[in-house]
Each structure stands twice: as structure tokens, then as C-alpha cells.
Design a protein. Structure first.
Length: 255
């Protein structure tokens, strides 16, 4: 069994096809999917989907950095009310300065609060990070007392940064379709250097479909293509990649 540790089945790209998407994933050996949360907008539908597919689709709970606007404190207050519904992680949370830095300070404060919630509820975190590595490392260092654990979704940093972060917590990296791209020069090197025990697989569906499907709608069913590339980079049998990354996800997210 494979596990997709980051997908968005509740996305307009899959509207009306959610059941078929899950069925295709199961048929391709992807036995569990972790549904990333982003804001209150689709949260009810997300948790309802996970309830219908208990043991297959699991909810995360988080406020995405791109959804942090003027009402971010109200969003976080709503988020806390969902914690008793037992998400498997606080995510998708993080920092994103790529499009806009207007709410950069609010992003950092919201991330700190969600780190504290994760520690309080003994949950891992699922982190989105784009053009903000320096601030993220500082924040993780400041929160070392929380003994954070989690995965760095769609990780694009260096091996050295990953190693630095692990001085202040227990961090895995999420490897998705980007690792198969011909222009992904640094990621294969990082995947080669990071121990397999610290790697989990993901799609970020409907985004970032792996080769040879790049440019099409991504799905959890494509996880085997990503696993095959990791096996090639690591020079290990595909079965080893499948077994180890699955065990890593089960352990990290208490599945």
C-alpha cells in the first residue's frame, strides 16, 4: 500500500468526481489519502468526505498562508472549534511570500499559534513553505520548546536547511511530482541525501502531476510514478520505497 500524505480531493477541479478519484487511487495501490485543509471555506465538505471514507481519507486542519487576510484571527478561532473532530495533522500551514508579503507578519503569527495548537493536541504539522525559508527556520528555532514534528510539504530547500531544522524538531520531507521534472535539479540531490526514513510521498493533487503526465490534473493514483522516481534516485527497489514511505507516514500521522 502507498499513502498520499497531501492531496486536495475537495477542490473544484474534482467537483462531482470525488468518489471516482478515490476509487482510482485505491485501484492503483494508494490505500490512504491525507486531505489538506486550507480555510473554513470547504472545511465542512472536507470532513464530511473523510467521514464517508473512514480509514481511507483522513482530514488535516489548518489555515493556509495564502488564506491569511484581514480576518485571520476569526479563521483561527473557527479552526480551533474543529480540533475535537480529530484531524491527523495541523496543516496545510506555513509561510508563503511568493505572491505577496502584505500579510507576512500575520502569517508568522498565525503559524506560531498553529504550532502551539499542534503541540497542545500532540499532532504533527504539515508545512507549506515558499520563498520564506529564512523566516521559517527562525520561527522553528524560537518554537524548539514545543518539540514539533511534521513534514515539509513539497520541500524545495537544501539538505543543509533540512538538517538545521532537525536541530529544533523532527522533520520529514514530502516528495511529489516535482521530483520527476527534468528541470528539478536540486530536489533529486536532496532526496538522495535525506534518509529514506525521513521521506513521505505526496501528490498535492490536483496540482503538480508527475512526468509523463505533467500539465494534466494530478490525482492520488499517480503516487506510484513518484515512488518509482524516488527508487531510481535512491538506487533502491521500488518495494523498499513503498514499504518504508508507507511506514513513515503511518508513524508520523498515527494512521
Amino acid at each position: 500500500m502507498y499513502i498520499d500524505t497531501h492531496t486536495h480531493i475537495i477542490d473544484e477541479a474534482f467537483s462531482g468526481e470525488e468518489e471516482a478519484v478515490i476509487s482510482r487511487a485505491l485501484a492503483n495501490g494508494v490505500g490512504k489519502m491525507l486531505e489538506a485543509d486550507t480555510s473554513s471555506a470547504e472545511r465542512a465538505a472536507r470532513f464530511e468526505l473523510c467521514e464517508r471514507h473512514k480509514g481511507v481519507v483522513y482530514p488535516m486542519l489548518g489555515l493556509h498562508p495564502q488564506d491569511i487576510k484581514e480576518n485571520w484571527q476569526e479563521e483561527l478561532s473557527q479552526l480551533e472549534s474543529w480540533l475535537p473532530k480529530k484531524p491527523v495533522a495541523i496543516g496545510e500551514i506555513g509561510l508563503d511570500y511568493y505572491w505577496d508579503t502584505t500579510f507576512a507578519e500575520q502569517q508568522k503569527e498565525a503559524l506560531r499559534i498553529q504550532f502551539e495548537l499542534a503541540a497542545k493536541w500532540d499532532l504533527p504539522v504539515n508545512v507549506h513553505l515558499r520563498d520564506a525559508i529564512e523566516d521559517f527556520v527562525k520561527l522553528v528555532k524560537d518554537c524548539a520548546r514545543l518539540q514539533l514534528r511534521g513534514n515539509l510539504h513539497a520541500y524545495s530547500g537544501s539538505f543543509e536547511t533540512w538538517r538545521e531544522l532537525n536541530r529544533y524538531g523532527d522533520w520529514s520531507i514530502g516528495v511529489g511530482g516535482v521530483v520527476t521534472f527534468k528541470n528539478a535539479k536540486s530536489l533529486p540531490k536532496v532526496v538522495r541525501e535525506v534518509p529514506l526514513e525521513k521521506i513521505v510521498l505526496e501528490t498535492d493533487a490536483p496540482y503538480l502531476a508527475p512526468m509523463p503526465l505533467r500539465g494534466t490534473r494530478n490525482e492520488s493514483a499517480n503516487i506510484p510514478l513518484i515512488a518509482a522516481k524516488v527508487a531510481e534516485i535512491k538506487e533502491l527497489p521500488l518495494e523498499t520505497i513503498k514499504e518504508t514511505t508507507t511506514n513513515n507516514a503511518i508513524k508520523l500521522f498515527s494512521l
